[in-house]
Design a binder for this molecule. Structure first.
Ligand code: AMP
Length: 373
């Protein structure tokens, strides 16, 4: 089904000698169509007919809040300051990582850690970031009537993975948390609503340079990728998460072959088991406690297309893909399965929406140039 917002093109003969190959044109037209579709839709359009929203009061202790996240099988929730009747930010896995990191670094004896964590209230989480010297998250939000294009732009500019959508209660004038627009929901919305545009996105991920890739000039073999092995202590991986603000680390063997992935959500399993202090266990030991619901690591090669990636997002809740060497690399002396890169939803969203100009927001999408006849 073609999107009604796709700019129609008059049938035209290509001018001899044009430097634009036909499918490059199609690619730009498809991106333009997707951006236009998002401009015409609001946050309200992205919500499913029925959904639940877990909101946590900032007076709750971290332990109670975690129990609530785990019981509801969610990894983040908006915070509510009931004294001010106002939205107070988000609780995310990264907050928990920072808390663990803080206790792991500062506790002389671990005897009191469990009771300390139990007393610790959500309202004090920002103090932990100050102590650790990591950036405090900005109090980001948008109105659900904003266009999805503007919401996506805000996510890209702020490097946030989710955008709380707030409205005003017309009677009390107080803020109301309506929903949270995640990168995943946005990309799935695109995948569902722009099937014909997505068909045109045939270029390879290698060509489009979507994601972060191993650089040959790096100081370590997989630079700038943060990686670990099955023997790496979980404390080192948690440190990488906290310091680099990343949410997953590929696990590789001695030949660089990807064997697994350790993700920030895996830390939640450790927290469920009460492990605030014993981060000396190895990745291999920690992975044994992983939930049986884990969907597995999604692997692709750089020859796969953006189309395939978006079609995958439509079908399953994927948050990142590990790019490994495939046949193409093997021909040049590479090894199948060796780590080549990582692609997260931020990378895909940034490509599809366009890179924001500093201080300017995302460049206005221009209609693709028509080849002259
Ligand atoms: P995220 O916030 O998880 O979407 O990732 C932010 C950026 O970091 C993206 O450009 C990713 O490609 C990149 N990234 C994610 N994981 C890693 C990693 N383990 N090592 C290096 N870069 C990463």
């Amino acid at each position: 089904m073609a999107s009604p917002l796709t700019p129609r093109r008059k049938p035209s003969r290509r001018r001899a000698g044009s430097h634009l190959p036909p499918h490059h044109d199609n690619h730009e037209t498809a991106l333009y169509g997707i951006r236009q579709m998002l401009r015409g839709r609001t946050g309200y359009d992205a919500f499913p007919v029925s959904f639940r929203l877990i909101v946590l009061d900032t007076k709750l202790s971290v332990t109670r809040a975690l129990q609530c996240l785990l019981a509801n099988n969610v990894v983040s929730a908006p915070l509510w300051n009931s004294e001010k009747s106002a939205f107070a930010g988000m609780l995310t896995v990264l907050d928990i990582i920072h808390l663990i990191q803080y206790y792991y670094k500062s506790a002389v004896t671990y005897d009191n850690v469990k009771t300390d964590v139990e007393k610790f209230r959500l309202e004090s989480l920002r103090d932990i970031e100050k102590e650790l010297g990591v950036p405090e998250p900005t109090l980001l939000s948008d109105h659900p009537n904003s266009s999805m294009f503007d919401a996506a732009k805000l996510l890209i500019q702020t490097h946030a993975r989710r955008l709380p959508l707030l409205d005003k209660d017309t009677e009390t004038g107080h803020e109301v948390i309506v929903s949270v627009l995640t990168q995943y929901r946005l990309l799935k919305f695109i995948a569902l609503n722009c099937p014909s545009e997505i068909q045109q996105l045939q270029h390879s991920l290698r060509k489009l340079k979507i994601g972060t890739y191993v650089s040959s000039s790096g100081i370590s073999p997989f630079h700038p990728l943060a990686t670990a092995t099955l023997e790496t202590p979980v404390s080192d991986v948690v440190h990488m998460f906290s310091e680099r603000s990343i949410s997953a680390v590929p696990i590789i063997d001695e030949d660089g072959i990807v064997v697994d992935m350790y993700e920030t959500v895996d830390v939640m399993t450790l927290v469920r088991l009460g492990v605030y202090q014993n981060l000396d266990l190895t990745v291999s030991e920690a992975l044994k406690t992983r939930s049986p619901d884990f969907l597995g690591v999604v692997i692709c090669t750089a020859s796969d297309s953006l189309r395939t990636l978006l079609q995958l997002i439509k079908k399953r809740r994927v948050h990142r893909l590990v790019v490994v060497e495939g046949e193409e690399e093997e021909k040049q002396g590479g090894k199948k399965g060796r780590l080549l890169g990582i692609i997260t939803l931020s990378d895909v969203l940034r490509y599809v929406i366009g890179e924001p100009d500093i201080g300017e927001g995302v460049e206005e999408p221009q209609p693709p140039r028509q080849p002259s006849s």
